[in-house]
Design a protein around this ligand. Structure first.
Ligand code: NAG
Ligand code: NAG
Ligand code: NAG
Ligand code: NAG
Ligand code: NAG
Length: 265
């Protein structure tokens, strides 16, 4: 064999090894390191924090603006603000991009009474297909039995002074013939499974409301999984807010990590 030819396999091996192993001079990119999965502790509750969520104690470039989770002042629960309204965080499902929340005001109430529609911020979230709406009829004159098919009274909401009553319905559509008897209607989102438990009377209305509902976050849609699958950690670059910042071991990247990406920050 020609001497040069005998060298080829070992040269290939050397090239392969140098591609696989970081050279001793290269450092792990600091944003990759500081965006490692983080356990946020609030009182007795723990939550795994990953993109797009931000918490105190972790750099902002690990999350996305608008997804800030805080610990309540009494250390009792984790909270998030959606359209300037406070919600308690019940669960985060990173696989399906779902966060389950409940209106903070309802948590400690024995008889929660949602007076307003839930408005979510569509620049950050979409509705979840695991949810459905219950329709609430608020401050109604007592309904005659003929109007009660599929409509149930929330007995704890009865107002003895005004004699006004609250009702809910799980079927679709608003009973227009109830409208003249009630002051307003409100849509209350809840999990399908919760709605089933409510229908089967395993839960009452207040308990169902306190189970919360889910919204799906939109940050990272279409690229964060590419970043993660390439070994990176999704993040945010305040200097280039719309770019798909992927923090890689070997440096900053857009959308996903490549071999040879180098630190430029
Ligand atoms: C909440 O927890 C923090 C950190 O453990 C502690 O410093 C603070 O005093 C606690 N606050 C209350 C109101 O318990
Ligand atoms: C529930 O009602 C809200 C407000 O009317 C609406 O935006 C949303 O799409 C409804 N959700 C479902 C699952 O029907
Ligand atoms: C009954 O309705 C009146 C008038 O809206 C209100 O001031 C009062 O707080 C209500 N009582 C209860 C128990 O909700
Ligand atoms: C229902 O609406 C009417 C008219 O807007 C108002 O006068 C009344 O106080 C309301 N009733 C209750 C119980 O809120
Ligand atoms: C809630 O939304 C429904 C339609 O989605 C609307 O008919 C109703 O008037 C709204 N209620 C309030 C209190 O704004």
């Amino acid at each position: 064999m020609h001497p040069i030819e005998s060298l080829v396999p070992s040269i290939l091996l050397l090239i392969t090894l140098s591609l696989l192993m970081p050279s001793s001079s290269s450092e792990i990119y600091y944003r990759y390191t500081s965006c490692a999965p983080y356990v946020y502790i609030c009182g007795t509750a723990k939550l795994n924090i990953n993109y797009p969520f931000r918490v105190d104690g972790r750099p902002d470039y690990c999350g996305h603006p608008g997804y800030y989770i805080a610990c309540s002042k009494d250390n009792a629960s984790m909270t998030i603000s959606i359209n300037n309204k406070g919600y308690q965080v019940k669960a985060v499902d990173y696989l399906n991009h779902l966060i389950t929340v409940v209106d903070q005001r309802f948590v400690a109430q024995p008889c929660p009474r949602p007076y307003e529609n839930t408005s979510i911020d569509y620049s950050l979230y979409t509705c979840s297909d695991r949810d459905r709406n219950a329709t609430l009829y608020i401050d109604c004159r007592a309904l005659p039995a003929s109007l009660l098919a599929g409509v149930y009274e929330i007995s704890c909401a009865f107002n003895g002074t005004t004699r006004r009553r609250w009702y809910y319905q799980l079927s679709q559509g608003i009973h227009s013939n109830l409208m003249g008897r009630c002051n307003s209607t409100v849509m209350v989102p809840m999990h399908q499974t919760t709605a089933n438990d409510l229908a089967n009377k395993k839960l009452n209305f207040g308990e169902a409301v306190k189970e919360g509902f889910s919204v799906s976050w939109t940050a990272g849609n279409g690229w964060c999984s590419d970043c993660t699958n390439s070994g990176g950690r999704c993040g945010y670059d305040s200097l280039s807010p719309t770019s798909h910042a992927c923090h890689c071991q070997n440096g900053a990247a857009i959308t996903k990590c490549y071999k040879g990406t180098f630190v430029d920050t």
